[in-house]
Design a protein around this ligand. Structure first.
Ligand code: ADP
Ligand code: MG
Length: 250
């Protein structure tokens, strides 16, 4: 089942065509990698999908729970977020003094407030739900720690729990493992892949470590200079001549 259809998405900055006529589909429950060299247009694609940048042309159709399609282009980031397109945010200094559990509770409160449900939900329920989310990212034992005490890898897992608190149907993760050691990267992406497949969530992510991409992604899109030059599974990407030439250097 397809959850998103991107058609001919384009964006220029001045004379630079950052993204050029990119088209692809994303399935429900799919863990999709978007790869390509620096400056290939990956972040620009993400920013057009979640409304932070307005495309010059093209469409982003999202399947709604009622089965209807909705074009996200031209909508504000907040509206797109309400349609169920989430993204991971870095935890800012403001929240660092709160505990892990409090951070997830804040996210839940903000989520339910936006759906006008806040008055009917007891704090107890937020606690239970926060603990459920922390269990999903294997952080129950860190629930009462202050975020400022967390190791970098744990902070990244907390950011994931916070993103999940908003119950996204599609989650965009731009370089979720930036700054992590290789073993930590693998652990985080393995965790995300498990959540994707268990929860039937769709996740699109960017990642520079090709081992991590080939190990965990269900499917891979390759961008080069704004153009989508290949898409397929590990085998198709590894053996693609164009990908080898421009990206893998083989
Ligand atoms: P990636 O995420 O794949 O590294 P980006 O999407 O960030 O690539 O950038 C694609 C191209 O668009 C690059 O040439 C970059 O310099 C340019 N670009 C991105 N954002 C802007 C911007 N806000 N203003 C001008 N140029 C930009
Ligand atoms: Mg980028």
């Amino acid at each position: 089942m397809t959850i998103m259809k991107v058609r001919d998405l384009s964006k220029s900055f001045g004379g630079i065509e950052a993204v050029r006529k990119v088209s692809f589909e994303l399935k429900k429950g799919e863990f999709l990698a978007l790869i390509g060299p620096n400056g290939a247009g990956k972040s620009t694609c993400f920013n057009m999908i979640n409304g932070y940048l307005k495309p010059d042309s093209g469409s982003v159709e999202l399947a709604q729970p009622n089965g209807k399609w909705c074009n996200l282009v031209g909508r504000k980031p907040r509206a797109i977020w309400r349609y169920g397109v989430g993204r991971t945010f870095q935890i800012t200094a403001t929240f660092a003094s709160m505990t892990v559990r409090e951070n997830v509770q804040m996210a839940l409160i903000s989520h339910y407030r936006s759906s006008l449900n806040i008055w009917v939900r007891a704090t107890r329920q937020y606690n239970a739900e926060a603990d459920q989310l922390l269990e999903m990212v294997s952080m129950q034992d860190l629930a009462d720690r202050a975020c400022s005490e967390l190791a970098y890898g744990d902070l990244k897992r907390l950011e994931l729990a916070i993103a999940l608190a908003h119950a996204p149907r599609l989650l965009l993760m731009d370089e979720p493992t930036a700054g992590m050691a290789p073993s930590e990267r693998d652990a985080l992406m393995s965790l995300v892949a498990d959540i994707v497949h268990e929860e039937d969530l769709s996740v699109m992510f960017t990642e520079h470590d090709m081992d991590v991409v080939f190990e965990h992604a269900d499917r891979i899109l390759v961008l080069n200079r704004g153009e989508l030059i290949a898409q397929g599974d590990e085998e198709e990407i590894r053996t693609n001549k164009l990908v080898q030439e421009v990206y893998l250097g083989g």
